[in-house]
Design a protein around this ligand. Structure first.
Ligand code: SF4
Length: 186
């Protein structure tokens, strides 16, 4: 069965109430599979696309919505199951007011060029893009591991036709004082 017809998604784990993958307490969904293989990746256990376990997308969406939190897709890289994650995002949006963040090892410029990846991009509010680059690692950065990665407002980016960063001034402030300084405010 090809991904376009699947009603299932391969998930490494789901964590409810985390504060490290975006603002506030969120439900983080870690997809199985990543081919970027960034040096220094802390999630190598998620690289195997057949790892984790299979969930019915409809049932997983109901479980996520029941927790009434905003949602983050991570991995692995959700773009390797772009259609399944797009279906999950659409089901969550239809049943709740949750905003959805998505992490990917691709840049948004690469994602936009891929019709497959665009299915998922079109369903999310914020994209944290780019691979983890060990030489640019900075533990004080907010919601990202290396300085090349960007936190992008997807809807504003589409509207403006160029990359619009999510709350740029807030991110600059947060980055300059370190994650701890603002953890109680986000
Ligand atoms: S994209 Fe993320 S999960 Fe994939 S190798 Fe890079 S850091 Fe690890």
């Amino acid at each position: 069965m090809t991904e376009s017809f699947t009603n299932s998604i391969r998930i490494h784990k789901v964590v409810y109430g985390t504060s490290v993958d975006g603002p506030g307490l969120r439900t983080s969904v870690y997809g199985a599979g990543c081919e970027h293989h960034c040096a220094g990746c802390h999630n190598q256990q998620t690289w195997d696309p057949s790892g984790g376990q299979s969930y019915a997308i409809d049932r997983l969406a109901n479980e996520i919505v029941a927790e009434e939190m905003d949602v983050t897709f991570s991995g692995g890289d959700p773009m390797f199951q772009a259609l399944a994650f797009a279906k999950l995002a659409k089901a969550i949006k239809e049943r709740s007011t949750a905003n959805i963040w998505c992490y990917t090892g691709y840049t948004i410029e690469q994602v936009i060029k891929s019709p497959l990846h665009r299915w998922l991009l079109d369903q999310v509010d914020v994209l944290v893009d780019g691979p983890f680059v060990e030489a640019k690692k900075d533990s004080t950065l907010l919601f990202r591991g290396s300085a090349n990665q960007r936190i992008i407002d997807v809807k504003a980016t589409y509207k403006k036709g160029e990359v619009v960063l999510w709350h740029q001034h807030y991110c600059d402030y947060a980055d300059s004082f370190g994650r701890q300084a603002v953890s109680s405010e986000v």
